[in-house]
Design a protein around this ligand. Structure first.
Ligand SMILES: Cc1ncc(COP(=O)(O)O)c(C=O)c1O
Length: 502
């Protein structure tokens, strides 16, 4: 996009008169607070008066004055309200037919998307390592998933994306599937061939849902891979707070093509999954982040990406470290790569990412987004002065690697791909809500799980509710834990027990 203000390439009647330089919702709440209204409505802190003074000092008075409820005249009442207009501006900026602001994160969007799909039928094909909120959405909606594995990178011990070929095979094995659920980009910056995935799904008459939680920025710069909407995805989740300047918990659900998904059904499902008191602060932050992205996104991204690139160069020069970069493109499951992400390959240090991340925290108070055995990930947000902030990261990495030298490391477990997951004996919803019991993990083989287990690395769920626990899976999980890995999802984090269907 050149740095110009984004306007939709296919303007609809609803778009006409929209200007990406405006932020109508933000303006409306600022105007409301500025006129010192009689606040005989919630929230009870009444613009800050009733709140704890230290909290007011920490968050500043503005946060309280602008924290207003839904249903205020001139803000979000009526079809042409500033609220509706700000959602239309977001749709235009991201190139969606319609967009919904989410105040419970992309997690809410995954719940809403799964509920919306349930209108079309029960069966879906889902990438095995969808986010846990998608698994929760599957449980909530009573969907019956046929899972398909993403590509595993045995060298790095991480998962990349799903390929169109794998999706085609999975959809052909499950002809009554009503949708395909995928994720792109990954935590590590790998981007899927979304055009290919969309083609495969559409040839079979089903919509492609892309969890683009980590890709809200991609639409706003030509230096970045094309966004999922640009590639023809039907429903796309964008966790704007992760990389594009809105407040934590704010995200957007975008409808791409509407032939395969009914916008009114999505609308109902978004309402069903959200509070009746949506936060004005989160909403205003989405409105403002959209303006920033549309008006200045290309320039901000260019600066941040250049700063991150310089950091990558410096990290390549630290003995034992390398970075994930465009060399990844072309590996199975990596169609493209996001240069805003900084993922560091620590294998040649002889230590683990978990150990290095711990040292960085302890020595320099440097805190990372993700640490795995071989790779650690640092997040940079669009507009961040990465040239400055990355210096602290690079220095801390160097410090940690130098400190490692003197320490004794336990031997690492060679990477082995996880065994195939067990058969789905019960729909996840039935396993989750049905009669259950807690048994020793050692006695779990043959039973049907009522909870999820995902051994890290590589973090692909080994067990999901409704699946039969096999001997190989139980052995694999035990082995990962014995070698210092960990398991996510289990209620009993020590994994002495597991919850199974009775
Ligand atoms: C792929 C993916 N989808 C969805 C989510 C949930 O996003 P949120 O934290 O905005 O609810 C995450 C969170 O990390 C994620 O990584």
């Amino acid at each position: 996009m050149s740095g110009d203000v984004i306007q939709s390439s296919r303007e609809t009647a609803a778009d006409r008169g929209l200007d990406q330089r405006e932020a109508p919702y933000l303006d409306a709440i600022v105007a409301y607070a500025a006129r010192d209204p009689g606040r005989f409505h919630v929230p009870g802190h009444k613009g800050g008066e009733g709140a704890d003074p230290e909290l007011v000092a920490a968050l500043s008075e503005g946060a309280f004055q602008h924290d207003i409820p839904a249903g205020i005249e001139g803000v979000d009442v009526g079809p042409d309200s500033p609220f509706q207009r700000s959602q239309r501006l977001a749709a235009q900026a991201w190139g969606a037919r319609r967009s919904w602001f989410l105040i419970s994160g992309a997690s809410q969007g995954n719940h809403a998307a799964c509920l919306a799909l349930r209108h079309a039928g029960r069966k879906v094909v889902a990438q095995r390592n969808v986010h846990s909120s998608t698994v929760d959405g599957i449980v909530l909606a009573g969907l019956e998933p046929a899972f398909v594995a993403p590509e595993l990178d045995a060298e790095l011990g991480i998962a990349h994306c799903l390929t169109p070929e794998s999706l085609a095979r999975a959809l052909d094995r499950c002809p009554d599937a009503v949708a395909a659920l995928t994720v792109s980009p990954t935590y590590f910056g790998a981007v899927a061939d979304v055009r290919g995935l969309a083609r495969v799904a559409h040839e079979r008459g089903v919509p492609l849902i892309v969890d683009e939680a980590w890709g809200a920025h991609m639409r706003f710069s030509q230096e970045l891979p094309d966004s999922a909407l640009e590639c023809g995805a039907d429903l796309v989740l964008s966790s704007v707070h992760k990389l594009f300047g809105s407040l934590t918990q704010s995200a957007i659900l975008h409808l791409g093509r509407d032939e395969l998904i009914d916008a009114d059904v999505v609308d109902r499902c978004v309402t069903l999954t959200e509070s009746t008191s949506p936060s004005a602060l989160l909403t205003a932050s989405l409105d403002a982040a959209r303006r920033q992205a549309a008006v200045r996104g290309a320039k901000l991204l260019a600066e941040t990406v250049a700063g991150v690139e310089r950091a990558r160069e410096a990290i390549r020069g630290i003995p034992g470290l390398d970075v994930l970069d465009e060399r990844l493109i072309g590996r199975p499951g990596v169609h493209d790569w996001d240069p805003l992400r900084l993922a560091v390959d620590v294998r040649r240090t002889g230590s683990t990412g978990i150990r290095i991340a711990k040292l960085m925290r302890e020595l320099d108070d440097v805190n990372l987004e993700l640490e795995s055995e071989n790779v650690i990930v640092a997040v940079f947000g669009a507009g961040e002065n990465a040239a400055d902030s990355a210096t602290r990261l690079v220095n801390s990495l160097r410090h940690a690697v130098e400190t490692l030298g003197a320490e004794h490391e336990p031997p690492k477990r060679p990477f082995t791909p996880p065994p195939p997951w067990g058969s789905l004996e019960l729909p996840p919803r039935e396993a989750f809500f049905g009669p259950q019991e807690v048994i020793p993990f050692a006695e779990a083989v043959g039973r049907v799980a009522a909870e999820s287990l995902a051994a890290y690395p590589p973090g692909i769920p080994n067990v999901l509710p409704g699946e039969r626990l096999t001997q190989e899976t139980v052995d694999y999980i035990n082995e990962v834990v014995e070698h210092g890995g960990w398991v996510r999802g289990a209620v009993d984090r020590s994994l002495k027990t597991i919850r199974v269907a009775r």
